[in-house]
Structure formats: C-alpha cells, structure tokens
Design a protein around this ligand. Structure first.
Ligand code: DI6
Ligand code: FE
Length: 400
C-alpha cells in the first residue's frame, strides 16, 4: 500500500460538473487500484502508516486515454502531403495510386517487427504526455492476414510498454483493389470472416467502420455490426466526417460505444446518440489537417447531454498527430470546448468511449492510472501549446 500525498487532485468526478478538484489531496494505492482519495486532512487513520510518496504539491489527473488511433501502419505519406500542398486533391492522389491504398501496400509489405519498430516512437511520444490507455485500429491490411498482423502488433505494444492497449477491427476502412468489383465479397471474406477469426484468437476488443460515400454505406455497416453484436463485440463508427449518411444514428441503434468525427452530424443523429449513451469522439487533428470548415455540432451535443471525447486519430493520411495535449488545445481553440470539457474528453469520456468503467476518474475502486504534472491549474494542460509538463505516469499503481 502506498500513500501519494502533498498533491492537488483533479478527480474528474462527474458530479462536480468540472475538474472535481481536491486541493491538498492524497490518494491511497493498493496493487493496481485506487483505494481511497480525498483531502489529506481527512486521511483515515488506517492509511497513515502506508509508505509515503511526496508529490511536491504537483497536480494529479487520471492517466490520459487516446480512444481513437490508427497508430500502426507501414510506410509514410510525406510526399503526398507535399503534393497536396502543391495543389493536388486527395482524389487525384488516390487515382495516382496514393492515399489510403499506399499505406495498405506498405503495411502489407511490412512484417510485424517492421510495423512495431515504426509504431513505437509514435506510441512513446503519446506516453511521454501521460497517456496510460491507447486504442489501436487495424484498417491498412484489408486482407485477413494483414488486418490480424496489425492487431498482433497492437497487442505486442501493450506488452512492451506500460499502457493498456484496446484493439479495434477496422477491416471496413476501404475497399482493396482486388475486390473493387465485389463489395459483398470483401465484406463476407475479409470483414466478417476475419472478424470471426480475430475474435477467436482474442485479438479484437471492438469493431469499427468508415461509413462514407468513399467507403462503406450505412446498410453495409449495419450488416457488419449485426455480426459483431452476435459475437458479443461492441461497435463504434467513423460517421458523418465528410457528409451526413445517418451513420451515427445507425451505430447508436446498435448500442455503439462511440461515433467518431461527426462534423456533419444532424439533429437526428444527436438524438439517437443521446438515447443510446453513445459517446461523441471529436478528432480535431483530422479537422485541422483537412482544413475542414464544417464544425461538429458542439452545442447540440452539449444540450442533448451526449458525452464528448477527444482523440488524436493518429493516422498517416489525415491526422499524423501524436500529442493528446495539442489535441486538447485544438478542441478548445477550434471547437470551443472548455478546458474542463477537453480534459474530460481525454479521461472520463474517453474511458466511456472504450467501454472501460474502471478508469478515467480518480476514485476508490478505479485502476491506479495517474498522470502527475508540473503545473498548478488543470486548464494549463489545454492552454499551453507544444509544452509537456508531465512529471511522471503511474500505471496500474507503478511509477513509470
Ligand atoms: N477517416 C480518415 O480521415 C482516415 N480514415 C478514416 O476512416 C483516413 C485514413 C488515411 O487516409 O490513411
Ligand atoms: Fe480514424
């Protein structure tokens, strides 16, 4: 048992409506769990003998959670980035064999070791900013072996680093060239057959898809989700990123954990998400990279009481972002979220978006995943740009 004391605790307690700040706080940790949190002055006598760790008056938040990434992929698309700045459209690049399919080629060619070696520096950059839980999607293999290879790499990252990794099956990301005239065949042979195999191998924690004119339709995604639900796998969806196809509402009807992007989300989608408790995951890095001008309906989501999360969407095409702190700053500056909403977005609500009830807050019974910061007020996490005030991560009760 360990007593963390001389700290200011940002509990993110829901009832506080904000940070849930406890000045001069203390936390008792036993194994990988939080046993007690409160004001140091109220420490129960039974814990006064625990080994003490003086946090020097620093600020402690729940460990940060990046609930939407495509951080495992082969190759890079720097040249494509240059071409786009020179005036080429995303579509022209795709027709010239670039875009998402260039990442697919590079991912298919890479073995597990190569994928791991390229992903780890990106992962480490996130962890250095206090991330303790990370979601990783497949979606650049687009065949059963390639997709499973990506998720094996994701699992290995969780073993090699002090971080919880949650894996997501995103075979419904794009249609690979070999199936370009056989959409149903791809969904049957790869999306669903692979999902069953990955599930049997324990590689899949959730099922996702890209519901968009350039990817999969709402009806196609509904069929894929029916299979996921039958396997007992939770679902989530890239929805309403470029147009309103009613994807979020369909996902909500399947009890989705989250619907993500949502720039083009309408009132019906908001209502459906509120009714099903589906989290809105906003991805300001993709909004920024694509120079999007359509804003997600922040006030509508707030008014309806939909929980709002923020994530990096780390991917080689539309958001090569490996900073959750910068994501928070973008959430505030681009989407007008308050700093408290931004912090809830990478803690409590991000946990909810992953279906993890044991983290995202500082409270008795929660997993002891904490971030210790060299700052005095939690708004600084959102306010500063390009500055990392992390002092330490505590992951499952262990100081890293
Ligand atoms: N939405 C996106 O913006 C990315 N994937 C997705 O579902 C694009 C991925 C890429 O271009 O590599
Ligand atoms: Fe994404």
């Amino acid at each position: 048992m360990k007593l963390l004391h001389h700290a200011h605790l940002v509990t993110m307690d829901e009832k506080s409506g904000g940070y849930g700040l406890i000045e001069q706080g203390a936390a008792v940790i036993g194994d990988d769990r939080i046993i007690w949190v409160g004001a140091e002055a109220d420490l129960p006598a039974e814990y006064t003998g625990a080994t003490r760790e003086d946090l020097g008056g620093r600020l402690v938040t729940p460990g940060l959670i990046d609930c939407h990434t495509h951080i495992v992929f082969g190759g890079d698309r720097a040249r494509e980035f240059e071409m786009r700045l020179e005036g080429a459209s995303y579509e022209e690049i795709a027709r010239a064999g670039g875009g998402i399919l260039s990442s697919v080629r590079a991912t298919r060619e890479a073995d597990e070791e190569a994928l791991l070696a390229s992903a780890l520096p990106r992962v480490d950059t996130l962890l250095a900013e206090g991330v303790t839980t990370l979601e990783i999607k497949s979606g650049y293999g687009l065949d059963v072996d390639g997709e499973l290879k990506m998720l094996r790499v994701a699992r290995r990252i969780g073993q090699m680093r002090k971080v919880t990794v949650r894996t997501t099956w995103l075979a419904a990301h794009a249609l690979p060239p070999e199936y370009k005239d056989d959409r149903q065949g791809y969904i049957r042979d790869v999306v669903i057959a692979g999902m069953e195999r990955g599930h049997a191998e324990g590689l899949i924690d959730a099922v996702d898809g890209f519901c968009e004119g350039i990817a999969f339709s709402r009806e196609e995604m509904a069929g894929i989700f029916d299979h996921a639900v039958r396997l007992g796998l939770p679902v989530k969806l890239h929805a309403e990123q470029l147009s309103d196809l009613g994807g979020a509402a369909m996902a909500a009807q399947h009890g989705a954990l989250s619907a993500d992007h949502l720039e083009y989300l309408g009132q019906d989608g908001i209502k459906a998400m509120a009714a099903s408790g589906t989290v809105a995951v906003l991805l300001p890095g993709a909004f920024y990279t694509l120079r999007e001008t359509q804003y997600p309906p922040m006030q509508g989501l707030r008014d309806a009481g939909v929980p709002i999360a923020l994530a990096t969407d780390c991917n080689p095409g539309t958001s090569l972002l490996t900073s959750l702190l910068l994501t928070m700053n973008m959430g505030a500056t681009l989407f007008r979220m308050t700093p408290a909403e931004c912090l809830a977005g990478v803690t409590r609500h991000a946990a909810q978006a992953l279906g993890l009830e044991d983290r995202g807050r500082l409270a008795a019974g929660m997993r002891a995943d904490l971030a210790v910061w060299d700052i005095r007020h939690p708004a600084e996490l959102t306010y500063r740009i390009g500055f990392n005030p992390l002092h330490a991560r505590i992951v499952g009760g262990e100081l890293v």
